[in-house]
Ligand binder design. Structure first.
Ligand SMILES: [Ca+2]
Ligand SMILES: [Ca+2]
Length: 622
């Protein structure tokens, strides 16, 4: 905390502009977006030019068929110049020539890429990984002396470890073997941030949440070329790619933070104000304006300035970058970081703009909101609460919480496994509960195997629920090989390197021979679940019917498609139970037997089902 205060002063200095405009020679350094395309649905483009004193220059654009300069804007800081273009549908690709005094800047309009954004289906299975910690495919890009953080050291949990996109590309067969169908990488955009002192330790921005140049993938990950190659290779292997989007904030080393276009670019406060990390004031009909502003306009961290998305230039900048990324790289989906601290009108506008250009794109937010109705508020819902969120999906934090409670807390009227049941009951709040992204852990949480006391029975049950409940399941790298740990003393413990991802590793858990028996057991278990999800129309896309938990811990639900019925039944108690099944007659109808899908399709008599303590069976009804 003390450290944070000291930082404020340096920030204050940063927010002042050079007050005198000197007669420097004009120099155009860059234009954002760095290039664009002809034939986009939205004909409008706002280019932000950056360069010393370009603001006061004599501006013109050479005639280009189909392109019109609608307006230009000079803003507070003379180093920026905004140009609003209208690009007609029939415009041909080519270079626009912009004149600033006697200098010419060429700007490319490309033909549309052939990338097809396929979105994420209900049958998909997402694998989340932290690129710095997964695999090092190119040891020559681990560190660069000219970057703000020049270090890389695998022995230090808080510094960069050298993992990169080539490392991820090298293991596409591994993902295919496991059965995942979509890869979500923590942010890949450049984080040219210095190390920051957090809790007494100097830490690298290896997690990627502090962008310093929107238009560059970090060169320590391989840069734009490596990202494009990775995505194209992944698509060839049937793997979709989800990008982590951050609209709320950027890194303090971002070029436009070091030289702000205008004061209102950021949400600024008299004295440093952190967000409260609470979503409640955004939803509370009784909320004070102060509380609401602290949530949305407070900074996520002192080194992550909060963008003012109500500023039209900022909004355009972020939306155009989001569209540029999908068109250029061909990603299939965005996971949107810290959804609740964004301006909600901006988010609706941004989501709509993306869906307008790419109708299939799948957008889901990170909304860790409590209780459940608050989570539902940040996705398309059936409530009338003053604002209507247009986001298709969110990470299902409530599912995550209720699985942990179900497995760790004693059975009760609304406790234990009733928590999971109750979470599903409240699906009436969502327009599309089947689109929620369910998970057991991620880069910010204790690893699930540790959370449930390294109990393999509970672990398997959690995995079965994840893979057979409604929703699109996501696992976190290493779950399949029993990686464990709590965030103690820090989150670095849940972000350890994948064993075998580095040439010098003495074990390689990407191969069955490198894994011990117990790890192979879980790897094969996840693989089998993925296969069931892929091949079963009921599990992947069927209607869900649940029965209230009964008999002190028996919980059963069914997935039903036109051609198939699958039952999932759990015994969340410490004793073996024989379960009478009369109550399931409406589903069973005349069926007397089923096959146990996780145990070689063994025949099961349906009239009474035996379950060991914490056992869950997946039974296809015959
Ligand atoms: Ca590397
Ligand atoms: Ca904010």
């Amino acid at each position: 905390m003390i450290n944070l205060r000291i930082r404020l002063f340096s920030l204050g200095a940063l927010l002042l502009f050079a007050s005198t405009i000197q007669a420097f020679a004009l120099k155009i350094e860059r234009a954002d977006p760095t290039f664009w395309w002809v034939g986009m649905k939205n004909p409008n483009l706002q280019i932000m030019f950056y360069g010393k004193n370009i603001g006061g220059s004599d501006f013109s654009m050479e005639k280009y068929r189909g392109v019109k300069v609608k307006s230009i804007s000079q803003v507070e800081n003379p180093n920026y110049f905004f140009v609003n273009l209208e690009i007609s549908a029939k415009t041909k690709p080519g270079n626009l020539k912009f004149h600033f005094d006697n200098q010419v800047f060429e700007y490319t309009l490309n033909a549309r890429t052939q990338n097809q954004t396929s979105g994420i289906d209900n049958k998909d299975f997402i694998y989340l990984l932290l690129p710095d910690r997964f695999s090092n495919g190119d040891p020559t890009n681990d560190k660069f002396a000219d970057m703000a953080d020049p270090d890389s050291d695998r022995n230090n949990p808080w510094l960069r470890h050298g993992g990169d996109l080539q490392g991820v590309s090298n293991h596409l067969d591994y993902f295919n073997d496991l059965g995942v169908t979509a890869l979500w990488l923590n942010p890949v955009i450049e984080n040219n941030q210095p190390q920051t002192n957090e809790g007494g330790n100097m830490r690298s921005a290896y997690h990627g949440y502090g962008f310093t140049d929107h238009y560059k993938v970090d060169r320590r990950l391989g840069g734009n070329e490596a990202y494009l190659e990775f995505i194209q290779a992944a698509h060839k292997k049937g793997l979709k790619v989800i990008q982590d989007a951050v609209y709320n904030h950027v890194g303090i080393n971002h070029y436009f933070i070091k030289d702000l276009p205008m004061k209102s670019w950021l949400n600024q406060w008299e004295t440093y104000t952190n967000t409260s990390y609470k979503e409640q004031p955004v939803l509370d009909p009784h909320a004070s304006e102060y509380d609401r502003l602290v949530t949305t306009d407070g900074w996520f961290m002192p080194f992550l300035p909060d963008l003012n998305q109500r500023n039209e230039y900022v909004a355009n900048y972020l939306i155009q970058h989001a569209i540029w990324t999908v068109e250029y790289f061909g990603i299939d989906s965005y996971r949107i970081d810290t959804y609740m601290y964004n301006d909600m009108d901006f988010m609706n506008r941004c989501n709509a703009a993306l869906v307008n250009e790419f109708p299939k794109i799948f957008l889901f937010g990170e909304s860790l909101a409590n209780p459940l109705p608050n989570q539902a508020a940040f996705v398309r819902n059936n409530m009338n609460i003053g604002f209507a969120c247009n986001l298709e999906s969110t990470v299902d934090h409530q599912f995550f919480n209720s699985v942990k409670s179900s497995l760790n807390e004693p059975y009760g009227w609304s406790d234990g496994v009733n928590k999971l049941y109750l979470t599903l009951v409240q699906d009436y709040l969502y327009q599309k509960p089947e689109r929620l992204v369910t998970y057991l852990d991620n880069h910010d949480e204790d690893r699930i195997f540790s959370v449930i006391g390294e109990d393999k029975r509970k672990f398997k049950t959690a995995l079965v629920w994840l893979m057979t409940q409604r929703g699109i399941p996501q696992i976190y790298y290493g779950t399949e090989i029993l990686m464990k740990n709590f965030k103690n003393p820090s989150d670095a413990e849940v972000r350890r390197d994948f064993p075998g991802g580095w040439a010098e590793d003495n074990v390689n858990k990407f191969n069955a021979e490198g894994r011990i028996a117990e790890e192979n057991e879980i790897f094969d278990f996840v693989k089998k679940l993925a296969e069931i999800r892929k091949t079963s129309s009921a599990v992947g896309e069927g209607k869900m019917i649940q029965f209230q938990p009964f008999n002190n811990g028996i919980y059963a639900y069914f997935r039903e498609s036109a051609s198939e019925i699958v039952m999932v039944i759990s015994n969340i108690s410490n004793e073996t139970k024989e379960v009478e099944t009369n109550r399931f007659a409406e589903i069973f109808k005349n069926s007397k037997t089923g096959s146990d899908l996780m145990n070689g399709n063994q025949l099961i008599e349906l009239n009474s089902i035996k379950l060991d303590a914490y056992e869950t069976k997946i039974i296809r009804i015959k």
